[in-house]
Design a protein. Sequence first.
Length: 328
Amino acid sequence: MTAVTGIAGLLFAAVPAVAVPDSPPGAPPGVCEGGVPTEPPLPGAALSAARVQGGFTFLEGPVWVADPGYLLVSDLGAATGAQQVQPSTIRRLAPPAPAETFVVASGSNGLALSPDGLQIVAATHDNRGVSAFRRSDGGRTVLATRFQGRAFNSPNDVTIRADGVVYFTDPNFQRGRRSDEMGGRTGVFRIVNGQVTLVDDTVRQPNGIALSPDGRTLYVGAYAENRIYAYAVEPDGSTGARTVFATVAGPDGVTVDCSGNLYWVSHSEGRVHVFSPSGATLGTIASGSEATNAAFGGADRRTLYITAGRTGDYAVYAIRLGIPGYPY
């Protein structure tokens, strides 16, 4: 189920996107088609999500698979072995049915869908890299494990452009006792056709990461700085100087709706902060304590799923909202 096929470029088929000089590829294919929604994103300023399914160890990286309709999550265990690396399993949820194992020993944290929808792209701390798991059989392909000959710390979250360009964060949360080959730095990286390039190695513990629907902005949460940064994105995937987009206590995972509003999880507060594309605060959504990540799902992609809880009793929470959004 988890055989590694070796270092490779993106083996999934990129979906063609029309790219003119001022228009880079944006949202995942088929997710935000049909114009910009006009509905309000939130029915109120202070909302609460309901617990849907629990009893997990430590959940991360929710991603919605529309066909046939289920949620995948990474379930991380306690660190083991001399190197103190956390094991991880990808689980498949379709409540009220019991959770099923999708990939054993995935070593994964954040998850995303490939543009063709056939693979799950994961930040995998077991190999200190980024991997892709086939939906058909769980087979694994390694996309990247090193930059300029040095191992990453422990990749955490990932997002993908419609043309297959991958962006990921590399804090050191799951590095364990393995050697620091990044010289004390944590950073943000990009993979284009199998080549890794640096976006920014001055972000302290970068965590959640997302692209705007128009593909022009990359957002990164700096967990150790309580800040969210925004980077301008060029059609070739390169990025410009960063600006401070917002402040959040312990920013963890993030998702985006089709109007470009951001749903940023605060691990410290156990809630989701919702921001407009201009950075204005729209409201909050309370969930379980120590929330980690969020994703839109359901038949119309208007259900926000949130992973949160205490170690040993993590759960998925859900709330219906007004605008459809990204599946990761």
